[in-house]
Design a protein around this ligand. Structure first.
Ligand code: ATP
Ligand code: MG
Length: 351
């Protein structure tokens, strides 16, 4: 059994509380599924600014680059809002993402059984929603050149190369293979040449994944369908700009920020973190919802360690705990600690 080494960056606000929960669940999953995991904590964000004077200290950089995966809590808080750029927690996050060379951002949005009432969608539409958005992160119009701002005009360039599309599409096909075998590729091929190349590249790669059913949608239609018929979709692959918009749209479907996980995969070790921020209003009160962090740990098992079975078991344990008694943000009375124990119990009971 090879040992997997996880660099844990608890960060600020509720970050340390939800990360602690996720690490406990990871350790339990490792025990149940026979994995040798070592989790080590490193300073990052505001916590690192206070301890080491930099948001992404050298010690932490070295650790994450040697790790098999990185688990991050959340960073930031009002005390750093007016700090110069180099002394802001957010600067550390930008440096971290750059160091890991992530090119694919994975954002699942699932409406868990019993939580349909929290979704802004009608319960009968929300029931069973379970999508994964795969967004390209390093290319497209956010980075394309030329770009510029003049007195009376401004311009940006949407550009993608075939290898850029291929590598992110491969991540999406692999995810679809592990999930329900359905991939929806989103572009604007009726108006943009980039969309044509995108569509052609995805269709060609589809030959290598005969088990995955591929569908193409225009981004405008997709925005509509995600609200009207979200259960039609499984994995949704798209570029940087459209992915930015669609992942925000999808993130409101479950109805709570606290339940959303994310993964960033790239050339270096993968990064796993909840979508929510440091929630300074809840920090230290022991009532933060650790679901997003725990589900990020489940993604770590699936995508970084290739242990999808363990990842699914964690997801199911979380679903069970949410049905039993959630944290106050979802109308329950469980503390972070009590909720985490419910997840651990469900995980051990099932095994
Ligand atoms: P950031 O600026 O870091 O992106 P934000 O300030 O926009 O973050 P969050 O800190 O993510 O937003 O959260 C906004 C509010 O949502 C919090 O103040 C909190 O009340 C609620 N919230 C966020 N995450 C959680 C959680 N895990 N459990 C319970 N409530 C949460
Ligand atoms: Mg904030």
């Amino acid at each position: 059994m090879t040992r997997a080494y996880i660099a844990v960056l608890p960060g600020d606000g509720i970050g340390p509380e939800v990360t602690e929960a996720a690490v406990r669940v990871l350790a339990a999953a490792a025990e149940v599924y026979g994995l040798d995991l070592e989790c080590e904590r490193f300073p990052f964000g505001g916590a690192a600014l206070e301890r080491c004077g930099a948001p992404f200290p050298e010690e932490t950089r070295k650790a994450v680059l040697e790790a098999d995966a990185v688990l991050l809590g959340a960073i930031g808080g009002p005390q750093w809002d007016d700090a110069p750029r180099a002394l802001r927690p957010e600067t550390g996050l930008l440096e971290l993402r750059k160091a890991l060379r992530a090119f694919a951002n994975l954002r699942p949005a699932r409406v868990l059984p019993g939580l349909e009432g929290h979704s802004p969608l009608r319960p009968e539409v929300a029931r069973g929603v379970d999508v994964l958005i795969v967004r390209e992160l390093t290319g497209g119009i956010y980075f394309g050149r030329p770009r510029g701002l003049g007195e009376t005009e401004a311009w940006n360039t949407m550009r993608y190369t075939r290898p850029e599309v291929e590598r992110v599409a491969r991540v999406a096909f692999e995810a679809a293979r592990r999930r329900r075998g359905h991939l929806t590729s989103v572009d604007k091929a009726n108006v943009l040449e980039v969309g044509e190349l995108w569509r052609r590249t995805v269709s060609e790669l589809a030959q290598a994944y005969p088990g995955v059913r591929v569908e193409h949608q225009y981004v405008d239609a997709m925005a509509m369908l995600l609200v009207q018929q979200p259960t039609r979709f499984d994995v949704i692959l798209t570029g940087n700009l459209f992915g930015d918009i669609l992942s925000d749209l999808a993130s409101v479907l479950p109805g709570s920020l606290g339940v959303l996980p994310s993964a960033s995969l790239g050339e270096g070790p993968s990064l796993f973190e909840p979508v929510h921020g440091s929630a300074p209003d809840l920090a230290g009160r022991g009532i933060a919802n650790p679901t997003g962090a725990i589900l990020s740990a489940a993604m770590l098992l699936t995508y970084a360690l290739d242990r999808a079975e363990a990842g699914r078991a964690v997801e199911e344990a979380v679903a069970q705990a949410l049905a039993q008694n959630p944290t106050p943000d979802l109308g329950g009375t469980a503390s972070t600690e009590a909720f985490t124990r419910q997840v651990l119990e469900a995980l051990y009971t099932k095994a």
